[in-house]
Design a protein around this ligand. Sequence first.
Ligand SMILES: [Zn+2]
Ligand SMILES: [Zn+2]
Length: 341
Amino acid sequence: MKRFLIFLAFTLSLLSLVSCGGEQNCEHSFISSVTKEPICIEVGEQLYTCSKCEYSYTEAIAANHNIENGFCTECKLPESTPGLKYSKNADGTYTVTGIGDCQETSISIGIYEDSYVTSIGNYAFEYCTRLTSVTIGNSVTSIGEYAFWNCTSLKSVTIPNSVKSIGECAFRDCTSLTSVTIPDSVTSIGDAAFYDCTSLTSVTIGNSVTRIGNWAFYGCNSLTSVTIGNSVTSIGSSAFRGCTSLASVTIPNSVTTIEDYAFGYCRSLTSVTIGNGVTSIGYDAFYRCTSLTSVTFENPDGWWVASSSDATSGTSITGLSDASTAAEYLRSNDGYYLRRG
Ligand SMILES: [Zn+2]
Ligand SMILES: [Zn+2]
């Protein structure tokens, strides 16, 4: 209503003040019409045309959300928790940067003023130790470095299917977090993103992630189940190191590189499937996986031992089509690299 009155006043003032535009000696008399209705996340347009001459112009109509019970009925974004701090982005959207001394137990991130939040800033909620839940609206496309570092009470977080990147150490030391689903929108999981999330029991990694960062799930010692999407091309060094509850893992065919110590010290790991795209297994990638007894190489041929990471040839390996022989190779690849081709 307030906006409408402003427009009305503006129109009336134009009627009385503007005397001539496109045509000589025309005292404009404007007729207005909405040529584009505003929606929540997009401005509308109002057209003003003089009924006496050719002159016309347009005005933007501000985007507007219709909030009911904490959510917009149109775009479904949550209304942001009062007290959150922001910086405004060049395109008029916002980055949430924190919430003072953070005594909150739950936080919603979505609509702010008449715009919306697209990023969660670096360190925004670090050490919010009372925080148990976070609702992230699907306007958010990036979660910054250390954004939720040491949120030790955080039990659940739903990462919406709009987030493209999860920054380095974003959820590091969230020791109460029990499960996480990385949606298909995410293309990169930063280094140490879930480092030492010791209550994390299951992880599903969506189908757009190309790399799992170094140390990404290091020390997640409750992790029993990992689903790696068929877009991942490399598993970073120490990515799952010390995941001592992990019993089995399937490396999809998209993966070419398993880096150093990727699954080192996964002492409960009994079976592994190595997809047919893998050509490089790093130094100590399965070091101290003392339970490993069955390894299926989808492509068991052409493998050789490299004594250094940049070696171009080495001793060839045979017998990898046998699951227990293959397991023995991986268990004992202490100090060398496996290559194919
Ligand atoms: Zn006119
Ligand atoms: Zn809306």
